[in-house]
Design a protein around this ligand. Structure first.
Ligand SMILES: *Cc1c(COP(=O)(O)O)cnc(C)c1O
Length: 372
């Protein structure tokens, strides 16, 4: 049996040096500050170690979607600026203010809630969010003048500081003009935000017009190339490994897994691997996915089940405990997150964030032990 695992059925090895390298690539592409987006447990990579690695590499901000994530970073002793951007009417803004977390404000209702909290907890720092075309979060342009007017009044009252105006792109291509228009409206209302931010990873690497004062990089810092057809030399941070837990030789005509959606066409060796859709192997890959076994691509055959799936190893001399690489940089021939995304009909973000909670993350860094 392989000595590499400590009894885990699978593990996700996260290379923090790759995270640091990717942050450096993005920094080199822009004069703006870099916010490392570490929401959703750093896209499944482990929020706290990734946050430390990114800050160590020169990211100056951290971005998260929820108050819980922001408070967790603070509880771990991270003092860098943090923006939290998705809240509900019940969010405890007092706690966010007390923890020195910047708060995104997409509507007057939230501005009022944050102002109320500021009366109790002290001055809040807010990033006013304008919807420039995504039609998701952020104030609609029709509601923007009212929001900035009210924010300016609260700022004059000393309740808050409007530290930023920001927006998010629907796709690369331009929402720069509506963003500039929204900035002009804010300016006319008397606001002088220190930061304006719009860009995600893709345009941070490809379109300086979108950079303004800060870019928000998620996918890129995890080493997934964010611009279709272009390579910026990013290094995939996550490698998902498992091992063969059962081997059997079967004859031609053997139906495999639930409902026998696959039948062997020849006598072959089937290798069972202990990862299924609960671990992030999408059930929708049906018949398309492969893993790396003995240096070869071998197909996953039959239905992926919750905890396991079956690999057709052909005539490879597979033995119990042989290592399997499920996902990684591709350098050793293993599938990448982008390939898995194609097989599953989704995006690499969903593949990475889908790696299940029971797959332990192991963080490696040769450069600095301190970040662990
Ligand atoms: C997730 C997210 C990002 C990061 O986007 P990438 O394309 O992964 O770089 C940036 N901004 C917002 C608002 C997000 O939700």
């Amino acid at each position: 049996m392989t000595g590499e695992f400590t009894g885990d059925l699978a593990q996700a090895v996260v290379d923090l040096d790759a995270v640091a390298y990717n942050v450096a690539v993005i920094r080199a592409a822009t004069a703006a500050e870099v916010m490392a987006v570490v929401k959703a447990d750093a896209f499944g990579h482990g929020m706290v170690p990734v946050a430390r690695a990114a800050l160590g590499a020169g990211a100056t901000w951290l971005g998260v979607t929820s108050a819980a994530e922001a408070l967790h970073l603070r509880a771990e002793g991270i003092t860098a600026p943090i923006l939290s951007w998705l809240h509900g009417p019940g969010t405890d803004f007092d706690r966010l203010i007390a923890a020195d977390v910047d708060i995104s404000v997409p509507a007057v209702a939230y501005l009022d809630a944050v102002s109320q909290a500021a009366r109790r907890a002290g001055r809040a720092r807010v990033h006013l969010k304008i919807d420039t075309g995504l039609a998701r979060n952020g104030a609609a342009p029709s509601g923007w003048p009212a929001l900035v007017a009210r924010a300016a009044a609260a700022e004059r009252e000393g309740l808050l500081e409007v530290r930023a105006v920001w927006s998010h792109l629907a796709e690369a291509g331009s929402q720069v003009a509506p963003f500039r228009a929204a900035l002009a409206v804010a300016q006319a209302a008397g606001l002088r935000p220190r930061l304006r931010h719009l860009a995600n990873s893709a345009v941070a690497l490809s379109d300086p017009d979108t950079h303004f004062d800060m870019v928000r990089a998620g996918l890129g810092i995890y080493g997934v190339e964010p611009v279709g057809g272009r390579r910026y030399g990013l290094r995939a941070a996550m490698t998902v490994r498992t091992s063969v837990v059962l081997v059997k030789r079967v004859p031609a005509g053997t139906g495999v897994s639930y409902h026998h959606t696959h039948t062997t066409s020849r006598s072959t060796t089937l290798a069972l691997i202990p990862m299924g859709y609960a671990d992030g192997i999408p059930r929708t890959v049906d018949g398309r996915a492969q893993v790396l076994l003995h240096g070869r691509r071998c197909p996953i055959v039959g239905r992926v089940s919750m905890d396991q799936c079956v690999v057709d190893a052909g005539d490879l001399p597979v033995r119990l405990g042989d290592p399997v690489v499920v996902l990684g940089s591709g350098d050793g021939g293993e599938p990448t997150a982008a390939e898995w995304a194609r097989w599953a009909g989704t995006n690499p973000h969903e593949i990475l964030t889908g790696i299940g909670a029971r797959v332990p993350r192991r963080h490696l860094s040769l450069v600095t032990e301190a970040v662990r």
